[in-house]
Structures are given as C-alpha cells and as structure tokens.
Ligand binder design. Structure first.
Ligand SMILES: [Mn+2]
Length: 424
C-alpha cells in the first residue's frame, strides 16, 4: 500500500540531518557510558499492538464526524494497520474486537501476513446489543441478574477465544460496561459475585497457553458504580480466577491524578500485570493520542516497566486503545506508536545504579533529577534510525502524506454515515 521507493526518497531528503543528529546524540550518550547502538537495537525490538477500532474515526456521546476513506470492514482496517507498521516499524500486531471484526479466520491471517502483522489480544463486546442477540445488555452482561443473559455473554467470550485460536491470538481482554447509575440500583456484592461466576466460566474455556486480561474502569457508561472499578477489584478477580488471569491497565481508566505508575509497580509485585491499553487523557477516559497530554506520566509508567523487565514471568501485551475524532486515525496511531516507543527508549536511558544509590541515600533531589535527565533526552534520532534500519520512514507522517494513501482509499471505500454518536 506504501511504495518502498517513496519511503526511500522521503528518507534520502532527511538522511544527512539524521546522521548529524545521531552522531551528536551518540557522543552525548557515550559520555554517560551508554552505547547508542544498543539503544537503537532496543528500539527496534519494541512493538505495540494497534486496535482495529482505532483506524476508524471515533466519536463522542454527542456526534461522530466521519473522515474520508474510512475503513468499511476489518480487511480495510488491516490495510490501514499495514500502513502504520510499514512506516513506523513499531506496530507489528493488531488487536481485534468481536463481533465488529468477525470474518473468516483464514482470510484474516492471510491479510495480516501481507504486512507481517500478527494478532494480539482479542476483545469481547458485551457493552452493546447486536441485532441478532436474544438478551439485552441494557442492565448488564456478565454480572446481569438474569442467568440467561450472563450465559449469553459468557458464550460470546468463548466464541472470541475460538476465533482467536484460529488466528494465533493468545489472550482475551474482558472489559464490561456493567455497573449502576444510581445508589441502590444494584447490590454491589451480589453483582460482583455474579461477575466472578461468569468470569470463572470463561476462564474454564481458556486454552492452557492463553491469558485472560481483566480491564478495570472507574466509570462510564455506568456513572455511579462499575463492577470492575479499579485495580484492586481487577487484582481480586485475577487472583480468584488463577494463574492465567492477569490485570490490564488502561491509562485512561482512573480518576484524574491517580498515580498509575504506582499501580503498575503493585501489579508487577503481585505477578498479575498482563497488559496495557495506552492512550492519554486530561479529564477521564478521553482516549487521546499517547504522549500528547502528559508525556512525563507515560515515561514514568515505562520507567516502572523497564525497571522490572527482567522479572521472571513478566510478559506484557502492549496495546493502544484510543479514539480519534479530529485527526486522520492513521496519523494519530503512527504518532502514538512513536511516542510510546519514545517513552520506552527514554526509560531505557535511566541510570538505574545511580538512581538506586540516591534512593538508598535519601537524596530526593538527585533521584528525581536522574529520572528527568533521561526524560529530557531527545531520542528522536534513535527512533528514526531504528525505523530506517527496518525499512520504515524517518518521518512517518510526512511519508504518509506524500503517499496520498488516504485519497486513494477514499476513492475506493464507500462513504460512511456520520449519523449518531458513538464512542469506540
Ligand atoms: Mn481499554
């Protein structure tokens, strides 16, 4: 979908500047005892999964303004994911949402293979009703008071596992919209017990080499209480289910100012951190592009992850979960991949021996300065070099715009209606 000669031409125009910047950064890092090429290799080994639903324009509770050439189906979405990975070389997998992305598994794997893509965690959907389903999720799904509704939601999750097995996925993420809008509407204890019962039924159908991710969220669509409202409930769930059950942290699913990096540290301690949904937010679950609102928070999360990367058994799924309302989703996702990779690389520059010394000596000033020194390091040249070595673009957005991809697919894909709201 993106011509390699175009990438080469775009890179040629930027090669000299990159070499100059790379050499200067290499010298600077060398003075700190860091081999820049080793960091480039770390950057090259980094990957984050793109959410299939993120390739379309999202929306708010009020409206959705569709863009030109939006993907009409999962195969269009995979084409868009292929563009993102081709240019950034940092998005080698895709996370699917069922039933939105339901298709013949053989066709899915064939399409993904065209771009060297694989499939990360499957996402189930019991927060909206499908046209052909018997029981409504208006008052809940896995925690519904009605056993038949719960069974329907369990069966849907088992179907997601079945589809995932055919396309090489190894995990299921469960996020439910269940909760309450009013005090007294539900019995919070009995509702949680029903949820756990349903999760146990799903867990019983989980293959041995799979993991089940429990994703917490403080509010929305329920505005008084949600069943899995925070990492404590998520941890309780994962611990009660068993070894294959882990917690997934979505950066936007907390109250403002919550110390998410500390949650990360605690879940690592418990051996229950399984995955991430990256995004950024100002107020709530804003699903804004990663690293665009609070890049330091993203860095601090990565600081914990890099610090713990040699922890036995720690195997994280890195995924994006964003909604793009006013930008071209491909551009937003490319920028997000690069910003998440940037935070990972910056966290890799932290002098951990020095930091531990300052911490042990209670030198608060130098400890925090050690972190900020890594965060302030401009690693653009490392990220660009990593992309070039893997055939990607020095400037992914510029190359994408030069390719005219969006105009090309706009001519081929049907126009999508903007009617109705729609958070995705
Ligand atoms: Mn999420």
């Amino acid at each position: 979908m993106i011509d390699t000669t175009l990438i080469e031409a775009e890179n040629a125009a930027r090669a000299t500047a990159l070499d100059t910047d790379f050499a200067a950064l290499g010298e600077k890092l060398d003075r700190a005892g860091i081999d820049i090429n080793a960091i480039v290799e770390r950057a090259r080994g980094f990957g984050v999964a793109v959410p299939s639903w993120g390739t379309g324009t999202g929306g708010t509770r009020f409206a959705r303004f569709p863009g030109e050439g939006e993907p009409a189906n999962i195969f269009d979405k995979l084409d868009d994911c292929g563009v993102i990975h081709t240019l950034t070389c940092a998005a080698p997998s895709v996370s699917l949402h069922i039933p939105w992305d339901k298709a013949d598994p053989a066709d899915l794997t064939a399409k993904a293979a065209q771009y060297g893509l694989s499939f990360d965690a499957m996402n189930s959907n019991s927060f909206q009703d499908q046209p052909d389903q018997d029981h409504s999720y208006k008052f809940g799904s896995l925690s519904h008071t009605d056993a038949a509704t719960r069974a329907q939601a369990v069966d849907h999750n088992l179907e997601c596992i079945e589809i995932g097995q055919k396309i090489g996925s190894k995990a299921l993420t469960v996020w439910i919209g269940d909760g309450a809008n009013f005090p007294g509407q539900t019995h919070m204890g009995r509702q949680f017990d029903r949820y756990l019962g349903s999760m146990k039924d799903i867990y019983a159908g989980l293959p041995d080499d799979w993991r089940l991710f429990s994703e917490h969220k403080i509010y929305e669509p329920a505005f008084y209480s949600t069943v899995v409202q925070d990492w404590g409930t998520s941890l309780l769930t994962a611990q009660e289910l068993g070894d294959k059950a882990m917690c997934l942290v979505d950066l936007g699913h907390h109250a403002p100012n919550v110390n998410i990096e500390m949650i990360v540290s605690r879940l690592i301690h418990a051996g229950k951190l399984g995955g991430f949904h990256f995004n950024d937010s100002k107020y709530g679950d804003d699903d804004l592009d990663s690293g665009t609102i609070d890049p330091y928070r993203l860095f601090l999360v990565w600081n914990e992850l890099v610090d713990a990367e040699n922890t036995p058994g720690l195997d994280l799924s890195h995924m994006i979960d964003q909604s793009h309302n006013v930008t071209d989703p491909i551009e937003s996702l490319m920028i997000s991949c690069v910003e998440i990779q940037r935070a990972f690389v910056q966290a890799s520059l932290v002098d951990r021996v020095a930091l531990a010394g300052y911490q042990d000596a209670n030198d608060a000033l130098m400890a925090s300065a050690t972190l900020r020194q890594a965060f302030r390091t401009d690693v653009d040249a490392i990220l660009a070099k990593a992309r070039v070595l893997d055939g990607g673009a020095i400037d992914p957005v510029a190359a994408y715009r030069a390719s005219g991809y969006r105009a090309k697919v706009a001519a081929a894909r049907p126009k999508v209606s903007g009617a109705g709201g729609g958070i995705v």
